[in-house]
Design a binder for this molecule. Structure first.
Ligand SMILES: [Mg+2]
Length: 266
């Protein structure tokens, strides 16, 4: 049962723990969804709140499907950890770490990009995004998004990606990911362990964040104090909200929660 979070009150037992972590998705959680994904950014007011949390000793980890470079550009924050590419690339203590076996997929992703290019370019509003070992195809701006999705998936099926990559769908995006046992759930576990967290507030809005919420439940069973918060709203998938302990309304609800966290922490 997911509860609407209207105040920080229910999270107090979690945020009293030390070390405390805030593990958050970026797109649609900290940054508003925009029609051109490359233009998405974390608003300055939200950055300020995150900086204030860091200053109060909170370990902030950003867990995203974006590339590390893009995630760092969007967030514009130095003193935080990143798990980019759904956890395939980590940024911890100022150093980058990548999942083993990733290099092979980088070359293959470029081949697949060639294979599906003609189909993607033929549909107005469909946009490929090179994410290293991942390939994302966005169809938010297509005139007929459902038809665009179908055409792209068919092209993927005919390409060298067939059987080699895992097609994961998100909000108006198809993402081809290496079939490595890495997802936002393993990313959460890794960051929580490496940062030595005892309390965690975990935020997300998309299908891929369900892995993170599931991992949070396992961490809780292992003794960690953890609360998961989904971002509800017009575009939110009901299963994401159902997978979380709490829900807030939109990115505005997230910034309100961050503001209350700043206020509640000594
Ligand atoms: Mg998101």
């Amino acid at each position: 049962m997911t509860h609407e979070l209207t105040s920080i009150e229910p999270l107090l037992p979690v945020i009293r723990q030390r070390p405390l972590g805030l593990m958050s998705d970026i797109d649609g959680t900290l940054s508003p969804i925009v029609s051109r994904p490359e233009e998405a950014t974390v608003p300055e007011a939200t950055r300020t709140l995150l900086r204030q949390l860091v200053a109060k000793g909170v370990k902030v980890g950003l867990i995203t499907g974006r590339s590390l470079e893009m995630a760092q550009r969007m967030a514009g924050l130095g003193d935080v950890a990143y798990a980019a590419d759904h956890g395939l690339s980590l940024w911890l203590d100022g150093q980058q770490e990548t999942a083993p076996g990733l290099g092979e997929y980088e070359a293959l992703a470029r081949e697949v990009e060639q294979d599906i290019r003609a189909v993607c370019e033929a549909i107005d509003g469909v946009q490929m995004e090179n994410k290293g070992a991942l390939l994302a195809v966005h169809y938010r701006r297509a005139g007929d998004p459902a038809a665009a999705r179908k055409a792209v998936l068919a092209a993927v099926e005919r390409s060298r990606a067939a059987g080699r990559f895992r097609a994961q769908e998100g909000r108006m995006v198809i993402e081809l990911r290496p079939p490595l046992e890495v997802d936002k759930g393993t990313a959460l576990k890794t960051l929580a362990e490496r940062l030595g967290l005892r309390g965690v507030v975990c935020l997300g809005d998309d299908i891929t964040d369900i892995d993170m919420f599931a991992a949070a439940r396992r961490q809780r069973a292992g003794g960690m104090s953890i609360a998961t918060v989904a971002v509800a709203g017009e575009e939110a998938a009901p299963e994401v909200v159902a997978a979380a302990d709490y829900a807030v309304e939109g990115v505005a609800g997230v910034s309100q929660l961050l503001r209350e966290m700043v206020r509640a922490l000594p």
